[in-house]
Write a protein that binds this ligand. Sequence first.
Ligand code: PHE
Length: 349
Amino acid sequence: MQQKIKNIREKFLREVEETSTPQGIENLKIKYLGRKGEVTKLLKEIKNFSPAERAGIGKLINDLKKEITQSIQQRLESLSKEVKEKKGDITLPGTFSSLGHLHPLSQIINQIEEIFQRLNFRIVDGPEIEDEYHNFEALNIPLDHPSRDAFDTFYLKSKEQSAKGKEVGKRSERLLLRSQTSPVQIRVMEKEKPPLRIISAGKVYRPDATDASHASMFHQVEGFMVDEEVSFANLKGILSIFVKEMFGEDVQMRFRPHYFPFTEPSAEVDISCLLCKGKGCSACGNKGWIEILGAGMISPRVFERVGYDPDKVSGFAFGMGVERIAMLKFNIRDIRLFFENDIRFLQQF
Ligand code: PHE
């Protein structure tokens, strides 16, 4: 009998070693511990022994039963752990990555574009690399014009110039990073006939040293409208709708005479300071007003350049700095914050 118990034990140990699936282990459990299982059969044989022998044999069989039970339990646990490690535990909570959002400048650009789209303006794009003709000459800014100083920078060689290794071609063909979005006016008018209502946002570049209110790259939105009999009153009407939608009903707007080579007459447009409501504070330099854009009636010189008849068509144009509008709306005091990509700043908007 002892030999028989030993044989069954060894057979079990071999089989449990060879089994590698939880189902196989379950089958072993039935084979050894089930109602007709090997160990159960042994227990039934006890009655064939003398009362003196029974206790000893009974203990041997019970020890075997315990050993088999434990071994099956352990094997099941280690198999299910293996399965989890291989597939990953699908019952664990998922990992969440935080959702991003648009940069505050993109939000402002979208908002400006939406307002003008509702007024029937169409969005167009213009090139950031411009030629001198579109950035200056066509906008009535001749070579010797003093306002070029503030714009003149970031020239690059065209493909042909690079190939020949020297500067060639007329000055008007030289390439530069545009210093304003106004060349979009020229590009659209060269291709299309009035009526036009256009809005165009994008990057511009200036030879400005970086400080809290200047950057060598920033964003502008250009808008213009050309048709028969467009008047300064139309400009004022459109801009006053824009200002109220952008900054609120109670914000005041004023036009100050100004000069731009490509508009005549020209104006700078101020809004009443959002912080002090016009009383004067440190944000507006005690003026009560804050400049937000340049505007005017498109000059006849510009219409002539694009082949429009200045006696038949008229139009207005305006250009605004996106950073400035964003700084006003969000009360941000340093333009550099927009470009540093500091998540702690960006995630506030
Ligand atoms: N382009 C001008 C600037 O950058 C702004 C402007 C646009 C003024 C259109 C008048 C008309 O300062």
